[in-house]
Ligand binder design. Sequence first.
Ligand code: FE2
Length: 156
Amino acid sequence: MTETDDTAYLKALLYHYEAEIMGEAYFFAMADCFDDAAEREKLTLLAAVERHAADTVRPLIDKYGLVPREETMLKTIGEEFTEPHRHFSWRQLMTQIRDEYPAYLDNFHALEEMAPADDLTRLQRLTLHENVLIDFAQREMANDPDSVMPLRRYVA
Ligand SMILES: [Fe+2]
């Protein structure tokens, strides 16, 4: 990596790590918006996937001496992201994940492309979490009774 590439990579790495912490808080806060116990449990699982994704890249954050913002601040930001979605029905939320999350995959692939080879295993596992979320939402929309299977497998 050139020095410019290096700076862009580290910035993107830190951004993605922080985004997963925010994502965890987002799904926990969304869980509070639903009354149905099964839906709340599914959102808690989505939060666990986000935390697992963050944990997967945490060693890279430490390896490069990057300093994420305080978790309390990241959590507050994540909770604020729920604002436009707080009145979504379950189907609206699943539609939003299914239709809008694939665009984020480009960012994850861009991060992989910037990364040194040593970091790729962790970053591919980070990218995988986005596919897992989309897979789950697709299964929900198809009324798959085992829709949580990809989530459980990812965090296992
Ligand atoms: Fe995420």
